[in-house]
Design a protein around this ligand. Sequence first.
Ligand code: HEM
Length: 405
Amino acid sequence: MAEKLPIEFVFDPEFARDPYGVYAALREKGPVHAIDFPPGTDAFLVIDYEHGRPALNDPRLSKEFKHAPAVFRQFVTDAGRNNPVLAHNMLSSDPPDHTRLRRLVSKAFTPRRTESLRPRIQEIADGLVDAMAPTGRADLIGDFAFPLPIVVICELLGVPAEDRDAFREWSATLIDPAMDEEQLRRRAEVNAAIRDYFGRLIAERRAEPRDDMISALVSARDDRELLSEQELMATLTLLLIAGHETTVNLIGNGVLALLTHPDQLALLRERPELIPSAVEEFLRYEGPVERATLRFATEDLQIAGVHIPEGSVVHISLGAADRDPEAFAHPDTLDVTRADNHHVAFGHGIHFCLGAPLARLEGRIAFETLLRRLPGLALDCPPAEAAWRRSGSLIRGLEALPVTF
Ligand code: HEM
């Protein structure tokens, strides 16, 4: 195997601009690469589909921080006290805790329940376009792609959407890596703020239950003792963050992809019945969880012939897997008619995204509404100047997307 990829790999602005070119060059050398991230750990990056997809569901690769290298454990011991998001939610658990926590929340995410949200999501999408319309100019992220999923997840959970500026900052702080003392301090502050915030809401719903997910989870906790107080808080935080950091980028990355591929835009305008297939293609072509999702090896194992020692961090890059030429014909071509689009943008296996039906519904409504109501939609900046979020993030998304219409 070639030498370790340095930590700069992840933070290189070139990587933020075009991760797929970087992966393509790396792919020439093999599907699994040692990487110095976090620094000083045994860590590996898997960039192909053949090994990445099964790794997502390999029971020897754990999501629990107790199997992580010390640098993570230190982080999460702190988390045990004051970090409601990194520990004790389903995405940081293996079975049986994972099974129990996921079952509790999946009731709220049945396809039927999700489908029942359709009229309300449409109403929100129309309201946002109405608010944009008079000016003929907008920031598609701030004015549309961000508020749409936020209002939906806030209503579903039962948290006031007016608090969304605070949530945006909190979730951005928690999702990005904390690399120095200042960032760790900021992260601790955010954890404390989230704990206080949800603590208050949980107390309010205990006193006066409503028809929302906080009340449902509080009753699962109090009446049936199906989860602990810490798990309750961690679950709410996970849902709030999952609702913030992902669908916004499905919409934003997808709109940028369309506006820079006029043939595909014209085709979709002509044949709006292709929107569901286009949404799958946006997820594959420029998925929100592009860089990686993490696992920790609970025993020595091999991936593509590379020895992964017990305790290693395994980064599985969903964005790289979804551009793998062995898995997708012409992977770097945006094709809204692509058939059999078996992308891994929502993961695979037991942690497959629980919010996928909701995200797909929001995505379809968003694109249908934008195309129908804004026939002149166009970029208001050179594509090369599109401001991708700072490098190092697990998430691929734009800071802003200036458009005219
Ligand atoms: C898990 C992507 C939207 C809730 C995941 C995972 C991915 C993902 C890749 C698995 C991570 C892993 O295996 O390590 C996405 C994308 C979205 C999206 C691309 C939007 C386009 C949402 C929404 C919600 C949500 C809207 C709910 C509010 C969750 C939850 C999990 C999860 C609860 C954990 C599932 C588990 O551990 O069993 N998501 N997500 N996601 N997602 Fe999403």
